[in-house]
Write a protein that binds this ligand. Sequence first.
Ligand SMILES: *[C@@H]1O[C@H](CO)[C@@H](O)[C@H](O)[C@H]1NC(C)=O
Ligand SMILES: *[C@@H]1O[C@H](CO)[C@@H](O)[C@H](O)[C@H]1NC(C)=O
Length: 304
Amino acid sequence: MRLLVFIFFVTTASAWPENCRGIAFNHRFYEPETIKEGLKNIQKLILNRNDNTLYFIFDNLAVVPNKALGYINLDTKATGIVTIRNASSVAIDQMNNVVYAGGPDGLYIVNNKKVPERLPVFHNINDMFFKDILYFTNNRRETFKVIDNVVFRLRELQGVEVDKLILDDDNNILFTVDRRLFRIRLNTRAVNTHERYNVDAISVDAYFKPYIATTNGVYVYNKYKYALDKVSDIKDLSALTFNKMDEAIYGVVDVIIKLNLSREDSFNVLIFGFDSTARNGFIRRMPKSWKVLTEELGATVMEG
Ligand SMILES: *[C@@H]1O[C@H](CO)[C@@H](O)[C@H](O)[C@H]1NC(C)=O
Ligand SMILES: *[C@@H]1O[C@H](CO)[C@@H](O)[C@H](O)[C@H]1NC(C)=O
């Protein structure tokens, strides 16, 4: 009887026109919400998950051509611009709630009044990424790390040109040069290429799962297969980030879009039950499965 009910439901669902189900991303369906329109050349997006403020780099067409760092609070919709000359990048230490911004004059911290405070790092910064420490590339495509305001060349990428970089949940650095994707493991020097993709943006979600937005759709780097898995058909994203609920926020043409998990999709439930094993025993003996279930799939553990 239950099976019949299920089949009936699936038949009904598949009879809906595809666009009623919204945009597919990572096997779920979302409704696009416009966050902000009329931004020229959106180049970087990152959400401060502590206060739900979205930061973005765009072309501010004032008197002189000038790149700028803008922000919008997704709860209050308050917007503004952080005054950094030709700001090129922004990165966030989510754990300590620190916003870093960079440009041709060097590195700044954006304080909670959205005022930039200079740090003693005077490089012409092109791109930045934060994972445990701050990483950046400069206008000569060299890669550095910053520890206690001291700058070091990143040994792994010495002699390798880099435009943009991210670090994933498995000690890989993924980086782009002229829109081509490459990968290197921390503490090694062998660069792997994923050359057949034309990359628009690279990003990570809240768990440092790496996403690659290409001219052919969005992919996730699969660390078990060393390959890219396609997770969405959405194309030509100029920037990409994620909120705590793993909903994507992206720039496309001159609009910032947020994907809202669609209500039609919200009854997608999967239950794993394990018999004859204690939870702690499972965590001890199958740490990788535990990690995938809880971190990558966001499973809710029924304790007690
Ligand atoms: C998306 O979600 C927000 C709040 O969660 C809501 O205010 C907005 O109306 C939603 N937009 C769409 C298009 O579903
Ligand atoms: C920003 O950079 C562009 C391109 O390098 C340059 O033409 C422009 O003058 C710069 N703007 C400011 C305010 O320095």
